[in-house]
Design a protein around this ligand. Sequence first.
Ligand SMILES: Nc1ncnc2c1ncn2[C@@H]1O[C@H](COP(=O)(O)OP(=O)(O)O)[C@@H](O)[C@H]1O
Ligand SMILES: [Mg+2]
Length: 302
Amino acid sequence: MSFETNVSQWLESFKHEENFPNLSTFPRFKQVVRRPVSISITGGKGGVGKTSISLKYALELKKIGYKVLYIDFDYNLSNSRIKLGLPLDDNFKKLLRREIDFDSALYKNGNFHMLSGCNGDVDIFDEQSIRFDNELINLLASHEKDYDFILFDCPAGINKDALSINAYCDHRFIVVTADKSSITDSYSLIKVLKLRYGVNENHLIVNKVENLAQYKKVVKTISETAENFLGVRTSVLGGISNYRDKPEEFDYQFLFEENSKIHKDFLKVLNVTAEKCLHLVPCVNPVHGIQEQVLEKEVQTI
Ligand SMILES: Nc1ncnc2c1ncn2[C@@H]1O[C@H](COP(=O)(O)OP(=O)(O)O)[C@@H](O)[C@H]1O
Ligand SMILES: [Mg+2]
């Protein structure tokens, strides 16, 4: 059976409410191939830091030598190019219309490849018939072997496209803040993923942390509620401080300034991620080798 048929059947199976399929129905090859590792950076609520954190993972993993495909799955409110100081494009739409191929749709800087979405594109907005999840998963089938990591930056909200991408990925990194609505939305996401897709484990990153007590409270609330009411395990990856100095400088400080506190916070999160979840030792045998590239410099000069 081809990969494409497998994926389509897997997605189709969620159409019926009475089906509660779980990840054992995944295409078989996902269980036997070690790489690429796919991760969705998700959380239900907007503005919690999903895009910043997923870009940061992509850039740092690239820095230590891995080849990374970053997919901006917020396909019609895409911010990734803006955060990197790159001009917007409509490659995502052209790709779906088969006007360009996958390779031409990517922004590339060495081992960092990015498929960004559109922003406010009326055609994409009107397009009701496309299953964006299906399209992307099928596209990945023929390209994912080229990468060590595939990161999906998920949109806010609980829609079917984002849910099935979340379920498809090997890992889900749920980004949450201390805000009550962020905690509630994250729990709702965990619940729907469990009840409709059989997802039993997620990872948690607490962002915009003000102090240790607040961090601990968020972790406890989500972990205990998910465990007690859903039987879902939460593996905690750490927290990132709230950067208050100059909010307009957050992206630059976080993504590119290696002396910043938030960069250092992220490195701790990355170490825990490597150890707990990816079982990686940085710099050891990345399948695509270390290739020095200076995205930071390029971005700064745009
Ligand atoms: N730790 C943080 N401290 C301060 N501001 C942050 C932090 N993380 C993210 N932000 C800011 O919050 C806003 C939303 O971040 P973003 O990554 O776009 O969230 P999302 O993708 O979840 O909507 C952006 O203005 C970003 O610069
Ligand atoms: Mg975003």
